[in-house]
Design a protein around this ligand. Structure first.
Ligand code: UT7
Length: 332
């Protein structure tokens, strides 16, 4: 039997209703709307209310993706998240049950902001190996739950949300077929973006800050610029494609300056960048599917467009993949 490709057949996204704009942040942090807009491109972000979790958001996005695919069926669920509802167990089984899919294979992938691209690759492997025919891939992160509310270096950057796609077995020549993939990591730089306590190395800490995310922003910024550009070129090379064949670049929405710097390095015109960071901030594993859903919803991403997805995150991790956009409908 020929190897089956993973073909994108449905897309959905969900954002918490609570909008926190830059102005609101200036009332509790030593920052300004002007600094946040010019340094990051972010105007507002969505934040979960207490009690709303990564699983809740994943179910809401997953339900929309299944509806978009026109079938409630999936044989496996891969959840990309760095903010599972509990340190143990994984959150994916609860997402599957919440969607009426109890019994299917379900597990988490943690590659932080690169998680969605890693989860796509994992799902494509399940399909290629004949383990599953339809896989629901969800990126869901409640990243604001990791932040020190008094830390102006992280609070303005991150937001919450979820996005999901259905992948089905199909042919590599079809619209929507994913691949090739390019994935990498560099664990020696783990401390650039880390929550020091709460894991096996330091279960609890008397220092409350150890339970919050600590980010060395400028070093992360430099790495993101270099790695996303490198990985984009690598995946194009593997596919035998040139940059000017790409119609839409959907990069992890970490900072508008990073997206523009990557476009510059690639020689890609800026009007091919998909950008929604101004309204959602950095939503970690949800970032790419949220951007896809926004662009597909407003018509800027259309069937037949050749799309490059590229992500970078803590770990460090980074990776890219390619697809030709299929004819999918997205609910608002
Ligand atoms: O999702 C993947 C991982 N995350 C990322 O990719 C994030 C990558 N990093 C970034 O996007 C940027 O590094 C940041 C947006 C986080 C910071 O931008 P930057 O241009 O690297 O600024 P900086 O950290 O070098 O800070 C510049 C100045 C500093 O003041 P001095 O030392 O020049 O006087 C900071 O203290 O801006 C100050 N600053 C702020 N000022 C107002 C830092 N945060 C703020 C703030 N408001 N919120």
């Amino acid at each position: 039997m020929p190897i089956q490709a993973a073909v994108l057949a449905g897309l959905g996204a969900w954002l918490p209703p609570r909008v926190v704009d830059n102005e609101e942040l200036t009332r509790r942090l030593d920052t300004s709307d002007e600094w946040i807009r010019t340094r990051t491109g972010i105007h507002e972000r969505r934040v979960v209310d207490p009690g709303v979790s990564t699983v809740d958001m994943a179910i809401a996005a997953g339900r929309k993706a299944l509806r978009s695919a026109g079938s409630e069926r999936a044989d496996a669920l891969v959840l990309a998240t760095a903010t599972p509802d509990h340190p143990c167990p994984a959150s994916a089984p609860q997402v599957a049950s919440g969607l009426g899919l109890s019994g299917i294979a379900a597990f988490d992938v943690n590659a932080v902001c690169s998680g969605f691209v890693y989860a796509l690759a994992t799902a494509a492997g399940l399909i290629a190996g004949g383990v599953a025919e339809r896989v629901l891939v969800v990126g869901s992160d409640a990243f604001t739950t990791l932040l020190d509310p008094a830390d102006r270096t992280t609070v303005p950057i991150f937001g919450d949300g979820a996005g999901a796609v259905v992948l089905r077995a199909g042919s590599p020549d079809e619209r929507g077929a994913l691949g090739p993939f390019d994935l990498h990591s560099e664990g020696e730089l783990a401390e650039l973006l880390v929550v020091p306590a709460g894991g096996a190395k330091q279960r609890v800490s008397d220092e409350p800050r150890d339970h919050f995310l600590v980010m060395r922003g400028t070093a992360v910024f430099r790495q993101a610029n270099a790695r996303m550009a490198e990985s984009s070129l690598a995946v194009l090379d593997r596919a035998g494609m040139k940059v000017d064949e790409i119609d839409r670049f959907v990069g992890h929405q970490a900072n508008i300056r990073i997206l523009k710097a990557v476009a510059r390095q690639l020689g890609l015109p800026e009007d091919r960048l998909v950008v929604n960071i101004e309204r959602v901030g950095n939503t970690s594993a949800a970032s790419i599917p949220l951007a896809l859903a926004d662009a597909a919803g407003d018509g800027s991403l259309r069937a037949g467009h050749r799309v490059l997805l590229s992500a970078f995150g803590a770990g460090l991790t980074w990776g890219s993949t390619l697809l030709t956009w299929p004819d999918v409908t997205v609910e608002p």
